[in-house]
Design a protein around this ligand. Structure first.
Ligand code: FAD
Length: 404
């Protein structure tokens, strides 16, 4: 039956690496691929290579639960994540590739008067920062979530919460593949199966990278390698405040439509959406032990699954189809690191932790700007590495209780 599926044109070229490029990007996740696309498209820099040690999207970009939103607390964060959301809103057209953006709205549900106060604070901050956010009451929340556990003895009653209507989900693989195809068409070399093992410098400037396929010269280097970034820059004497943890995700068997929003429960930390295929896609908090293993441990699985059943007892009838984990690069203030570091010509895009899928278009846009111009974009400037030395943290962990 598959005999007809032959002779397809590959969506992106599979070139061997050239000896030199104008700019090299380490990491073929969403952020690296988006950077390459915007470098070529916005800035006309086309002698660009993306070096990926595995296959594109095989890191966190292909492992995440695809929630997209901009319901953050601090103005700097809203500027960053809403730039991403606005770019997502036009992305399928921009790339001529359906990224299946579904703006079905997201509710962060509260269970106590104090949690409702915090939700009011976040909703007010969002409105002041010019994005759509509102406080939702219990009746409207229940109307949107008919299967929600509202039994009188439910452990967590839903009192409502913060609502963002423009939030939603998108297809993660399509985001990686769409950027890859569009960047390749503009001349970018996407080189898979190539590991960067060292960074070369001379006279305080970047001169290239060492790879397991030989050296490549460049004077501009972007690193978008998530949790591998600290190890790559450590030999240059750069220490990054990043710890890597496993973050797990789960998928149920597919069923007919029964949940048409994204829901995060503050009480259990579990969040869930229903994919276009009908599977429930859900997850929760980090495994609290630093690791580079893409597996995840059993006690956290139990917490997350029991959190789902607390929210929706009816989901207990479903079979769990798959479970996996990614390794997320967590920074103390739960905000990314964007900007120059160490030798001239080196720029970082990392520290996205549990929530960088939603930021891919902006992360790429901003790293491309820095590689092309050598300077910060006004949106990336607050996320510079110097904020840790200067005490200018953008503490979204405290501000919005950031999750995914
Ligand atoms: P990655 O996609 O990890 O890409 C980095 C790439 O660098 C990898 O492909 C890796 O192979 C490559 N690399 C590393 N070292 C080298 C080297 N030496 N040489 C060459 N290549 C190298 N975010 C959200 O916004 N919403 C969510 O709902 C959400 N849910 C999540 C659920 C889970 C289970 C996980 C794990 C993450 C979740 N995230 C979510 C976070 C999100 O997935 C990440 O923040 C985002 O994908 C990071 O993208 P990236 O391009 O920076 O990293």
């Amino acid at each position: 039956g598959l005999r007809g599926h032959r002779g397809w044109r590959p969506a992106w070229r599979k070139p061997d690496p050239k000896p030199a490029y104008d700019a090299v990007i380490i990491g073929g996740g969403g952020h690296g691929l988006a950077t390459a696309y915007y470098l070529a498209k916005n800035h006309g820099v086309r002698r660009v290579a993306v070096l990926e040690k595995g296959w594109i999207g095989g890191g966190n970009t292909g492992r995440n639960t695809t929630v997209i939103r901009s319901n953050y607390f601090y103005p700097e964060s809203v500027a960053l994540y809403d730039l991403a959301l606005r770019l997502y809103e036009g992305l399928s057209k921009e790339l001529n590739y359906n990224v299946m953006l579904s703006q079905r709205g997201m509710l962060i549900a509260a269970h106590t008067p104090m949690q409702m106060e915090i939700c009011a604070r976040i909703a007010n901050a969002m409105m002041l920062n010019g994005v759509d956010g509102s406080l939702m009451g219990p009746q409207e929340a229940r109307a949107r979530l008919p299967l929600l556990n509202d039994a009188p003895d439910a452990r967590y009653q839903c009192l409502g919460g913060v609502w963002q209507g423009r939030a939603g989900i998108a297809r993660h693989d399509a985001v990686a593949w769409g950027y890859a195809r569009a960047a390749s068409a503009l001349g970018v070399d996407i080189v898979e199966g190539t590991t960067v093992i060292g960074i070369s410098t001379s006279g305080g400037r970047i001169t290239g990278v060492e790879t397991d396929r030989g050296p490549i010269a460049c004077d501009r280097l972007g690193i978008a390698a998530a949790g591998a970034t600290p190890g790559l820059v450590a030999p240059l004497g750069i220490r990054l405040p990043i710890h890597d943890y496993a973050l797990q995700a789960f998928v149920s068997e597919p069923v007919k439509p029964m949940l048409d929003t994204v829901l995060l429960y503050l009480g259990t930390g579990t969040y869930v959406s229903q994919s276009d295929k009908g599977e429930l896609v859900f997850g929760g908090g980090l495994d609290r032990v630093p690791t580079h293993g893409q597996r995840g441990n059993l006690p956290v699985q139990e917490t997350i699954v029991s959190g789902l059943l607390e929210m929706f007892p009816a989901f207990g009838q479903l079979k769990l189809l798959r479970q996996w984990a990614g390794v997320v690069d967590v920074v103390p203030d739960s905000s990314p690191i964007l900007g120059p570091a160490g030798p001239e010509g080196l720029f970082l895009n990392c520290g996205w932790g549990t929530g960088g899928f939603k930021a891919i278009p902006a992360g790429g846009w901003l790293l491309a700007h820095m590689l092309a111009t050598g300077t910060h974009h006004e949106v990336s400037r607050p996320f510079d590495l110097t904020r840790f030395a200067e005490g200018r943290l953008i503490d979204e962990a405290a501000g919005s209780g950031i999750a995914h």
